[in-house]
Design a protein around this ligand. Structure first.
Ligand SMILES: [Zn+2]
Length: 568
């Protein structure tokens, strides 16, 4: 047999959790054709001696909906071994929406997900109105990795209700129109429906995003459409219930009912928080109870602390203080010069002691908590807190930050931890049988958060350094498990007949690199970029997308449509 590509001499970890074995992997026509000792020839050969050959990683929580149109590779996800992403999470999709109304949909995305409207304006050729038309547009767009998309409630509501979406409950006509659009979207291959009810999701003018105006009956009716079709997943950015009491009980009860009544799998993200260390546990209990009652529920978890990255290049915790506000408008080099001037610096340090009262939304900068603020000076934890360094060196914590930043000409990131502080909890959540490790938010929070590396963090930190998981377990959790939850047929395993989404990596070297800030979005908008080392090849649908994490020029990615589209 003539293969297109043979990966020789590697160690296969096939995604199922079964133990590794040495074998060659032969690929033809985009599929895994054969695994074993292959004596045939191939147009292209990769020597994987000393490397692991495994399925490409699947990241099921991204916001690549806009980025897919201007970034053919699918960065930063593709640099971390990810070959398939799910987008349209948390109610934010770009369809349905007519071009004339696109500013309304962008309003939902701009603040909630930190995607610059200039970038969206310059980078997207708006070629759709309905969700099926959006899928067609994604299908036509050249892509490095595979994408699958949810229809988002905020876009849907805005499409049907216009400006009223931001102020009113839906009437009966609105509801019928929304149900029709969900039915059309799922039938055309949307992978599900998403919504947000969290106050972390606001528009730039401080209003709730459109989905937050929906009452629960609206949500239940829309999820019910998927139930009737027996297709689609429901993802929800959850309600702010407080940590205990009747509102929590009520919300958990509604989640369980919607899962049990509709039969639709329900999924959401969950973090531990130092303010209520055991809050997360009731959601895992809920997932078990829901299953016992006949529903399906699985919980998206992270592999490390939820961190916002701060820097003089982006935002600092002091930017809103009066003296700092003016200072921070200066070009970076000018800021550096002033910080090297003792008098100016003293005034800024003094001013930084003041606290601001406004409530930050989502990952927006907040008052510095030096105990939970760390210099990002290496790729993996542990990190020493600014408070600790300040105490040891008998300095003001603000001075510590300034000194460290000046050493790098202000090109230095600090981590402000927002959640998942306790790594024992992180581990416990990752190990729960109803959890799935995914939640990069890739494509969103582009200058605030850089979690496209959560999977390479998993492989380097939890597998290699901490030895909490075998590589077999970890690869199963990052490939087979998400492929199964999201119903991605023929993906997530290295098996004959499966799509040839494959990564070849060195388990002794795979590690996220330090992030950088770049101004490479459309219209020159800024974003954080992070790569990883240790990846020899990333193969998508049988073609090599990246070699040593550098692009080859191939763009083999596909739109993956949900089950109803594939049935036709
Ligand atoms: Zn999200």
């Amino acid at each position: 047999m003539q293969y297109d590509l043979i990966i020789r001499n590697g160690t296969v970890i096939d995604g199922s959790g079964m133990p590794r074995y040495r074998a060659d992997v032969g690929i033809a026509a985009g599929k895994i054709a054969s695994i074993g000792r292959l004596r045939d020839s191939a147009r292209e050969v990769i020597d994987a001696e000393g490397h692991v050959v495994s399925p490409g990683i699947i990241d099921a929580h991204t916001h690549m909906d806009a980025q897919v149109f201007w970034d053919p590779l699918g960065t930063c996800s593709c640099w971390h071994g990810i070959t398939t992403v799910v987008m349209g999470n948390c109610g934010f999709s770009l369809a349905p929406c007519a071009e004339k109304d696109k500013l309304l949909v962008m309003r939902n995305l701009e603040r909630a997900e930190d995607i610059a409207p200039e970038a969206m304006e310059a980078g997207i050729k708006w070629a759709w109105t309905t969700f099926p038309e959006y899928l067609d547009a994604v299908e036509r767009t050249p892509k490095g990795i595979n994408y699958t998309a949810y229809i988002g409630h905020s876009a849907l509501r805005t499409y049907v209700m216009g400006e009223r979406a931001f102020s009113s409950e839906a009437n009966e006509d609105d509801l019928q129109a929304m149900k029709r659009e969900v039915r059309n979207a799922i039938s055309a291959g949307a992978i599900g429906f998403t919504t947000s009810r969290t106050r972390n999701h606001q528009t730039p003018d401080g209003h709730p995003v459109a989905s937050r105006l929906a009452n629960w009956n609206e949500v239940r009716e829309l999820v019910g459409v998927m139930g009737n079709l027996n297709a689609g997943i429901f993802e929800i950015a959850g309600e702010d219930t407080g940590v205990e009491g009747p509102r929590v009980t009520d919300y958990l009860g509604r989640l369980r009912s919607i899962a049990v009544e509709t039969g639709v799998p329900v999924t959401f993200g969950m973090f531990s928080t130092r303010r209520a260390p055991d809050y997360w546990r009731q959601y895992f209990t809920l997932a078990d109870e829901t299953a016992a009652a006949g529903g399906r529920m699985f919980i998206q978890v992270h592999s490390r602390a939820l961190n916002v990255l701060l820097s003089f290049e982006t935002v600092t915790p002091f930017d809103r203080l009066p003296l700092w506000r003016e200072f921070r408008k200066l070009p970076l080099a000018e800021q550096e010069a002033r910080l090297r001037d003792p008098e100016t610096r003293r005034a800024l340090v003094d001013a930084a002691r003041e606290r601001r009262q406004e409530r930050p939304v989502g990952p927006e900068p907040r008052n510095a908590n030096f105990k939970w603020l760390f210099p990002l000076d290496r790729a993996l934890p542990p990190y020493r807190s600014i408070a600790q360094i300040a105490e040891e060196s008998n300095k003001d914590p603000v001075d510590v930050m300034i000194d460290m930043a000046l050493e790098k000409n202000l090109k230095m990131f600090f981590i402000q931890t927002l959640a998942n502080e306790d790594q024992a909890h992180v581990l416990e959540m990752m190990r729960h049988p109803r959890s799935v490790v995914t939640f990069s938010d890739s494509g969103a929070h582009v200058s605030q958060i850089m979690d496209s590396s959560l999977q390479t963090h998993f492989l380097s930190y939890w597998v290699r350094e901490k030895e909490e998981f075998s590589l077999e377990q970890a690869m199963r959790m990052l490939t087979f498990v998400p492929a199964s939850h999201w119903g991605l047929r023929g993906r997530g395993l290295l098996r004959e007949g499966y799509a040839a989404d494959v990564i070849v990596f060195d388990p002794a070297r795979i590690t996220p690199e330090l992030p950088k800030l770049e101004y490479d979005l459309p219209a020159g908008a800024r974003r954080l970029k992070q790569k990883a080392s240790g990846l020899l090849a990333t193969i998508v649908n049988g073609q090599v997308l990246l070699r040593n994490n550098e692009r080859t020029g191939a763009l083999p990615g596909q739109l993956l449509r949900g089950p109803l589209a594939n049935r036709n």
